[in-house]
Design a protein around this ligand. Sequence first.
Ligand code: ATP
Length: 260
Amino acid sequence: MTELFITIRFLDFLDVLLVAFLLYELYMLIKGTVAFNIFMGIFIVYLVWLVVKALNMELVSTILGQLFGVGVLALIVVFQQEIRKFLLLLGSRYQANNKFSFENLFPQHFKSTTESSLRAIVDACQDMARTKTGALIVIARSTELREFAETGEIIDAGITSELLKSIFYKNAPLHDGAVIIVGNRVRAARCILPVSAKKNLRPSLGLRHRAALGMSEQTDAYVVTVSEETGRISVAHNGQLDENLTVENLFKKLEENHAA
Ligand SMILES: Nc1ncnc2c1ncn2[C@@H]1O[C@H](COP(=O)(O)OP(=O)(O)OP(=O)(O)O)[C@@H](O)[C@H]1O
């Protein structure tokens, strides 16, 4: 018994801590999503495999063993979104906390959204909330979101409150879908965003808000919505939706995270 404790090295302890951390992050990413059920399914099959192996049940353990052999590839396909999110999360946390970050070593080729651009976005939201004009605005942070911008119409214009309002004006040709802001430019409009697959969302949450959530699950962008139904302003970030924000709260939230 004493021998067992003596042979445990500091690195083993670190090893366990690291695995616990990774499992915790994975749990936080997939909880409430369909991926969680898939993960639990795989975990149960893995437990069964361990038991049948321990009991020397050759046939079942060989079949399950083979399954796990090719399973890694299948897992990458099934958990593609989660793996992407996980790596993005690690990358953006590293960037946020480290002055020797990738961002500093290899500066992104767009500037952070400035306070005046954020003010223009917030002003537009205020007016659209008053007139109950539906809006969906994605504000990029660490990546340009090119693959999402390319689903819509590329605009590449300076940000003004008037431009945003005219894009979302009811029946205007570009009002459907999302606007993507990169740095201080309106990069694209009419973009299609991924819809959240979370199962425990309130049923009254419509597609606009689900798309905002979905986008915030897959990227580190802030996604602002104005509800056409209620005129309420919400922000999605990191898979969380903050609803019914005041204009000042919206500005504070965006400023804390975007202004250069
Ligand atoms: N995947 C998507 N990507 C981009 N925009 C989307 C997406 N899904 C829906 N939208 C936008 O949301 C609009 C529909 O919103 P819907 O009424 O279903 O949502 P909601 O969350 O109830 O919003 P509201 O409160 O404004 O009614 C669409 O007309 C479209 O402009």
